[in-house]
Design a binder for this molecule. Structure first.
Ligand code: OGA
Ligand code: MN
Length: 279
C-alpha cells in the first residue's frame, strides 16, 4: 500500500498514556513507513488502540511479528493449537477453559516473574461483556516521574521478588512463597531500553517483597508505590468493543482489569512479543 502512512491519525486517550490510531487496516501487510509510524506512537504513548479491526489469528500474529520475535505461551503451554496464542476468556473452547477467565485483576506487568518478561502484549477483542471487564493502564514512567526526589533516590538499586501465584493467593502477601511458582528478582525501577525513561517495575498483583528490607518496611514502601500507580491521573481505562486491538508496552506500562459479571461472555485473543531482561 503506497502512501498509507498519510491516512494514519493519532488521538491521545488520556493525559498519561494511550493513543488511538485510526486509518489502518491491520489485516493487510503494512508498509515499513506505516509500521514505523505505528511503532513511534507506541513508544511515545505506551498503549495503542485500533478500533473496528477484523483479524484472523494469522493476521494478528503477522502484525505482532513486526514488533519482534513472538513469545510462546509459557504458563499454560499446549492449551491451544498455536503456541503463540492464548485465549483470555471465560468461554470454554474445545472443552478447555481459557486463561485469566473471570473477575478483577490488580495492576501488573506481564511475566515479571520470568527473567525475560514479554516486551509487548496484544489483545484482540472477540467478545465483550455488556459492562465491566475494562482493562486499565497506568503509566509506570509518569508514576516514577511523580515521585519525590527522595523516594526516587531511595529506590535506586533496589530489587524486588515477583511471584506468579495469584491463581491461588489473595493480594495479601505472606512470607510463604510457593516453591513451584515461577518467580524472579527484578529492579524496582527499570530503564526502558528504547526511550531511556525510568519507570516503576513493581506491582500489587505479583511483587512479594523488596530484597533486603524487613517485611514492614518493604510493605510500606510497596504500598506507597501501588497507591501512586492506582491514581486516576496516571490511568487510561479501556472500555472494550468487539474489533478492538490493544497493544501495550510492558516495559513502561502496568495494566489491571475491572470486575465483570461471570454470567456474561468475554473473549480476547492474546499474543505476546519477546522481551529482554529488565535493568
Ligand atoms: C493479560 C491481562 C487483562 C484483561 O492478558 O495479560 O492482564 O483485561 N488481561 O483481560
Ligand atoms: Mn496481564
Amino acid at each position: 500500500m503506497q502512501g498509507d502512512t498519510l491516512n494514519l491519525t493519532v488521538r491521545p486517550l488520556s493525559s498519561a498514556l494511550g493513543a488511538e490510531i485510526a486509518g489502518v487496516d491491520l489485516s493487510q501487510p503494512l508498509s515499513d513507513a506505516t509500521f514505523k509510524a505505528i511503532h513511534d506512537v507506541w513508544l511515545k504513548h505506551q498503549v495503542i488502540l485500533f478500533r473496528g479491526q477484523s483479524l484472523s489469528e494469522d493476521q494478528q500474529i503477522a502484525f505482532a511479528r513486526r514488533f519482534g520475535d513472538l513469545q510462546p505461551v509459557r504458563t499454560t503451554p499446549g492449551l491451544y493449537k498455536n503456541p503463540y496464542v492464548l485465549m483470555v476468556t471465560n468461554v470454554v473452547i474445545d472443552g478447555q477453559k481459557g486463561a485469566l477467565p473471570d473477575g478483577e485483576m490488580q495492576f501488573h506487568s506481564d511475566q515479571c516473574y520470568y527473567e525475560n518478561p514479554a516486551m509487548a502484549t496484544m489483545l484482540f477483542g472477540i467478545e465483550v461483556p455488556p459492562s465491566g471487564g475494562d482493562t486499565l493502564f497506568s503509566s509506570a514512567t509518569a508514576v516514577y516521574d511523580s515521585l519525590p526526589t527522595a523516594t526516587q533516590k531511595r529506590l535506586e538499586g533496589l530489587q524486588a521478588l515477583n511471584v506468579y501465584d495469584y491463581g491461588n493467593a489473595s493480594t495479601i502477601k505472606s512470607d510463604k512463597i510457593d516453591e513451584n511458582a515461577p518467580k524472579f528478582v527484578h529492579p524496582v525501577v527499570r530503564t526502558h531500553p528504547e526511550t531511556g525513561r525510568k519507570g516503576v517495575y513493581v506491582n500489587r498483583l505479583m511483587t512479594n517483597h523488596i530484597i533486603g528490607l524487613d517485611r514492614t518496611e518493604s510493605d510500606a514502601l510497596l504500598e506507597e508505590l501501588f497507591l501512586q500507580i492506582e491514581k486516576p491521573e496516571f490511568i487510561y481505562g479501556h472500555k472494550w468493543r468487539v474489533g478492538d486491538l490493544v497493544m501495550w508496552d510492558n516495559r513502561c506500562a502496568l495494566h489491571a482489569r475491572t470486575d465483570f459479571d461471570p454470567g456474561t461472555r468475554r473473549m480476547m485473543r492474546r499474543v505476546t512479543v519477546k522481551g529482554d531482561r529488565p535493568y
